[in-house]
Design a protein around this ligand. Structure first.
Ligand code: GLA
Length: 742
């Protein structure tokens, strides 16, 4: 059970989740808000202060001559700017006199059941029976601001969420120039930072480095969370592994520009910060107005990285993803992008649909190229009317025919974009984000729509809605294929241009909110040039996100491993595609491609009428594999067994049902080696005292092979392990199903 208490005598707020405690102290006469502790759950109500405040004469009330020294080493929950703390601050302003300093002192608190939403923004949620929230009301008296810090804690997950609201209580306008969502102070120690970096088709590679002195950060100024850096920071004890040691992870529920930073101070203490990137950010707060900062999620684990990952997965599956599909088996879809690119018509799509149906596939998704006069990626974004030359009879005819074949139908759109060569741009050249008097920099020959303007949000929404109403469309792939630059909006006056990035993000959220409200049964898959906007913000709207444009099974092992450090497998769009792989040219066995896609939403992205017969013949067995194990993969606890990053020959992972009665182990060969005997694999997460029946799924039988069945104890599976044999020659990998024996 979670708990939040204010210990009056000690002036300490204690926030407990089942296995963690977080403590905040209101210190000294001036009511400083100091961090005391975040770690394993404490039964005791008191802990030693992080900065030894009790030692005379350190606090300002006892030693005002050294006030700056106090500011520069005290562990602040929400550090102010420019008054003597020279580490990085959590918020700063430009006030009517042009001054930038801020202050922060405690005023009062509320402890409430449940969790308030955050206006216009995605956020985790929980009912009054599931979570509690602490609201700390503070003031920046110097600038006339009220600063409200929120901490929510859940009964069923060891995560604490943070958010901040700043209200201008003065008579004058003030500009916010920085507002972080969370600050976490850690005592001195030997830490590593962990970031997820990447590029197009190489998303979320794990980058772990020793945390040295100074500031270490990742950020985005691209208008989206991005391929390149990810709104996550891990601060891991340097000896922490997958299963042991202390780790802290912070993730940002936001899809725009962010910063995630760890700063090791002169004293070796560490200040971790997460929020909207202050670069190109400025927000005017008129008297009485409020600014809502997005939510940050914190997870602490004393059992290594794996437990941190499982906490994030549980939190997102239970308290962030809202879609009807979150607990449902997703239809196995076939997407025509890598099958045809832009070269398709109704007949081609129907031929794919017929063959797909014969093999057991359940939905056809028509990707880019169905609208305007789009035969390549140079035009027509914004012209969301069907290209009748390709699709005579329009969407309705095509979708009806696909439905008659017995498949559901899904469609691709890129609603945030406008091609210069489009009817929309010719009618509204000012609708693109642009600098007056400068020709905008193109990317993929397109510009970004100015979604800070309500009339453009309305127009765009009506376009999406009318496409979806025009036929029986049950799935939408929402793409975003370029990042933002030339930051200018004719909808904003000169003093508000710094609001554009955040307002754009709010515009995207408004569009997706309207969409999920109007079409609650629609399966929405977000996408951004692959996985450039794979973040918790988007998961609030879509239960799955396309993980990467790189569909090569071996490349995907690393991409999906990095993604699964935070996000549940149920959220990862993953497809079996054709070989040689279109992105990296590698040839991998069809079987391996199926195993890797099974660790995600599972689907196909190939021309099923043209792939080799042997591959095609394996599809019904893969369909059966997906139907047999998808519930377990979607809902189970994820354990990493071997990583291709460290063990170049193998990759292996496991999912275990929450009651530990069932598990699935996947092993994939990454690199062949001659003359190998067998590979011993110690399983994880099972009940030591249960007996399990284990069986290997055999593709050629489309079933579990009865000859592979063994009965073994949970202890033996975990401590002695299993032995994977037959590794030579055409061994591709193995799928092992484990179920509690009677
Ligand atoms: C992006 C997506 C792809 C595909 C193309 C279409 O790159 O990630 O899956 O939809 O756009 O242009």
């Amino acid at each position: 059970m979670s708990d939040i208490r204010f210990l009056e005598n000690e002036r300490i707020f204690k926030i407990d989740s089942e296995n963690t405690s977080y403590m905040i102290k209101i210190a000294d006469e001036e009511r400083f808000v100091l961090h005391m502790y975040y770690g394993k759950r404490l039964k005791s109500d008191s802990v030693a202060d992080l900065c030894r405040l009790g030692e005379n004469p350190f606090v300002p009330s006892k030693n005002n001559r050294d006030r700056c020294s106090f500011y520069d080493c005290a562990p602040f929950e929400y550090p102010a700017h420019g008054i003597g703390d020279y580490r990085d601050d959590a918020f700063s302003v430009k006030n009517k006199n042009g001054h930038t300093a801020t202050t922060l002192n405690y005023l009062s608190y509320n402890i409430m059941k449940g969790k308030p939403g955050i206006k216009g923004l995605p956020a985790t949620f929980g009912s009054e029976d599931e979570c509690k929230t602490l609201e700390l009301i503070c003031e920046d008296a110097y600038n006339g601001l009220e600063v409200r810090l929120y901490y929510s804690v859940f009964d069923d997950v060891d995560a604490i969420t943070r958010s901040v609201v700043i209200k201008n209580k003065s008579k004058d306008s003030i500009k916010l120039t920085k507002i972080m969502s969370a600050c976490l102070e850690l005592d001195e120690g030997d830490y590593d930072t962990v970031f997820l970096h990447g590029s197009w088709a190489r998303e979320r590679a794990i980058d772990r480095e020793k945390l040295g002195y100074g500031k270490h950060f990742v950020s985005s100024v691209r208008g989206e969370s991005s391929h390149q850096e990810h709104p996550f920071i891990g601060v891991f004890a340097s000896d922490a592994t997958e299963d042991f040691g202390e780790v802290y992870g912070l993730n940002f529920v936001y899809s725009g520009n962010f910063i995630a930073q760890a700063e090791k101070s002169q004293f070796g203490t560490v200040r971790v910060m997460m929020g909207i990137n202050p670069v190109d950010f400025e927000w005017t707060l008129a008297a009485g107005e409020e600014f809502y900062a997005p939510e940050a999620v914190m997870v602490y684990s004393d059992e290594g990285i794996g437990k941190m990952s499982r906490c994030f997965h549980d939190l997102y599956r239970r308290h962030l993803i809202r879609s009807e599909y979150k607990n449902k088996m997703r239809p196995i879809l076939i997407n025509n992008w890598e099958a045809t690119y832009f070269d398709f018509n109704t007949e081609k799509l129907l031929s794919i649909a017929r063959e797909a149906k014969r093999l057991g596939i359940e939905m056809l998704v028509m990707d880019d190229g169905w609208f305007g006069c789009r035969n390549d990626d140079n035009n027509s974004l914004g012209d969301w009317f069907v290209n009748e030359k390709k699709l005579p009879g329009g969407l309705k005819y095509l979708v009806d025919e696909v439905n008659k074949i017995g498949l559901k139908f899904g469609i691709w759109m890129e609603p945030e974009m406008i091609s210069p060569d489009s009817e929309l741009f010719r009618a509204h050249p000012d609708w693109a984000i642009q600098l007056p008097g400068k020709v905008g920099s193109l990317a993929r020959n397109q510009y970004v729509l100015d979604l800070s303007r309500p009339e453009i949000v309305d127009y765009t929404y009506n376009q999406i809605s009318s496409v979806l109403h025009s036929a029986n469309i049950e799935y939408l792939k929402w793409d975003m294929n370029r990042q933002i630059c030339d930051l200018g909006s004719i909808g904003l006056d000169s003093s508000s241009q710094g609001e554009l990035f955040h307002r754009f993000c709010l515009g995207v959220y408004e569009l997706q909110e309207r969409l999920v409200q109007e079409f609650p049964g629609l399966l929405l898959e977000n996408c951004s040039g692959g996985g450039a906007r794979f973040d918790p913000g988007m998961l609030y709207y879509s239960p799955q996100i396309w993980c990467s444009d790189n569909t090569d099974a071996i490349s995907r092992l690393a991409i999906q491993h990095g993604t699964a450090m935070i996000y549940p497998l149920s959220a990862m769009g993953a497809h079996v595609s054709d070989c040689p792989n279109h992105t990296v040219g590698r040839v991998t066995p069809f079987e391996s491609r199926g195993y890797v896609a099974l660790a995600g939403t599972f689907g196909y992205e190939l021309d099923v009428t043209r792939i080799p017969e042997a591959d095609r013949n394996m599809i019904p067995a893969q369909v059966k594999m997906y139907h047999s194990y998808s519930d377990l993969v979607r809902n189970g606890d994820y354990y990493r067994l071997l990583s291709a990053d460290t063990d170049r020959k193998w990759d292996a992972w496991q999912v275990v049902s929450t009651d530990k009665s069932e598990a699935l182990v996947t092993v994939v060969k990454v690199l062949g080696e001659a003359n190998v005997k067998s590979k011993r694999l110690k399983l994880k997460g099972l009940a030591a005292d249960k007996k399990y029946k284990i069986a290997a799924y055999d593709m050629s039988m489309a079933d579990e092979n009865p000859e592979s069945v063994q009965i073994l104890g949970g202890d033996s599976l975990m401590y002695a392990g299993i032995n994977i044999g037959g590794l030579h020659g055409d061994f591709t990998g193995r799928l092992i199903h484990i179920i509690e024996a009677e």
